[in-house]
Design a protein around this ligand. Sequence first.
Ligand code: ADP
Length: 583
Amino acid sequence: MHRMAFLNRHIIGIGLAVVSLALLVILYVQYRSLSKLGEALPAARKAAISKRLWMIDDEIQNHYRSIANESLAVSPAIFSDYLADDFPALDAAVKAHFLGKPSLGIGKFFILTMSRSTGKRVLSMYDPHTGGMLEGSPTPEGWAAFVAGSPWMTLLWRNVAATREPDIAPLKMPEIKPDTLVLADSDPDHPIILRPITNEASLLVGVAGLVIDRNAFRDRILPEAIRAGAERHLLGDEFSDLTLAAFDETGGLISSTRPLREAGAEMKIPFSFAFPRWHLGVRSESVRYDQIGRRYLLTNLSLSIFMTLIIIGGSIFALRAAAREMKLSQMKTDFVSNVSHELRTPLSSIRVFGELQRLGLVRDPAKVREYGEYIETESRRLTQLINNILDFSRIESDQKSYRFVQADLTEIVSDTLKTFEVRLLQDSFSVKVETPDKPLPQTIVDPEAIGQVLVNLLDNAVKYSGEAREIRISLGRRFEFATVSVRDFGVGIPPEEREKIFERFHRVSTGLVHDVKGSGLGLSLVKHIVEAHGGRVTVQSELGRGSTFTVHLPVFDPVPQREQTPQNAGNLTEYTEETGIAP
Ligand code: ADP
């Protein structure tokens, strides 16, 4: 039972501690995994970017690959009757083969083979831009072609020798696929793509090749390819901060999608085929890779903290509502038992006294009168209790109505005291009524409801007087309010309870009033009725020395009478603690 009471009282604190602890643990775990993710993130981004760079490189390289695949698949028949000696016929065949082939970024096409009769190298070079063959002594491009083709010449020479010497066998090569392309860039100004050509007997008959036009590639093909590549592969928010750029072998910028502010790139890959010493790279304009992780961590963590705060706020709200509900339901349970007790006690007294009278056992007229009084007071108490309960339910369902009339407060007080007299006498209470020198102005009130307010205050004064037997009622005026105070010299109310006692069902359950029965409805009704009149109730109390409840009701003639103060209005109530009364 004690443990339950402890839980009930501290439910908000306990609930909040549990929720906060769980959230903190979650937050910590999340922090750990987020920071791990934050570290992994730059690596993942690097991998994603490098994958895209390879795709762009592939598209750039595809330009030369596709031209080479299409143009360099030269028929071995060109090398008429194994190796050519008829040079004009070879030139004509070469020209016929390369005529009309795509030539963007291409300097020259050529065929390199070997003379059967002399064993000398034979170069037949075609210029796709003039549509003519190159004649005379070799140009720098011609020399570059000789150099590029020289590794193949040894093999070719052996095959030429085999045609003359029956002892020498030619060396076979497996059939060469059209996409077997070889890059030869020993002359960096004239990079060359070669394809070896074999005949049907798998013997090498020569090489077909093209000389790359370095300047056309650098100035026209690459910038366009970079622009298109960035558009296709570096789309979306994730990559929007990246600038794509190409750099030559010295690290110099060739082309970029945006002007580069600093030299160099954050991530680079070498070109995979043509220009293998050149690079493709990206640079981030706004963030560095290590910043990405930190930014990610910060964003996510602040989101989580924000969510945690919302959850804690929500929990406080929910827990408070739950605690209030629990308290209310506990109060309702108490209320039922209190009310049953309140009903049973007067009923049994009434029954006993009634039986005594019926059986004629009481003869003494004084006793008859005394028992009659008991029956009367107990019935009044019952009526008051039932009135309270009925009014309470009317207020709860918003059906309580008032009949306001112009009335004299002093009269209401004395009428109420008359109905209460017997009860006060029975318990030998002395009641002093203090009235002001000047008659109080009229008020607009429901006299019955205000009577009920007074009955409740008087009833409480009697119930919570303890050993004291004195009650003082004082009437007065405070600015535009008429006041009625009911003062007792009983148990008093602890400061922390002074607001709560006006809540429905609330009863001070500790200390001196512990065993006084009641419904906990009286003061909430008092407050409701007084506020419905445009007034208010205040309480002053000193523990163990008594309490004063003061009802303030607006007077009918609201002209402020400044000269009249509570002191000269002749009251006994101390106003020192009062607040909130309009001056
Ligand atoms: P009830 O008296 O039926 O319990 P009330 O609403 O009239 O219900 O009062 C609420 C609580 O306020 C009481 O239970 C009591 O603890 C406290 N209280 C009311 N009047 C006085 C008083 N005159 N002196 C001390 N305590 C009081």
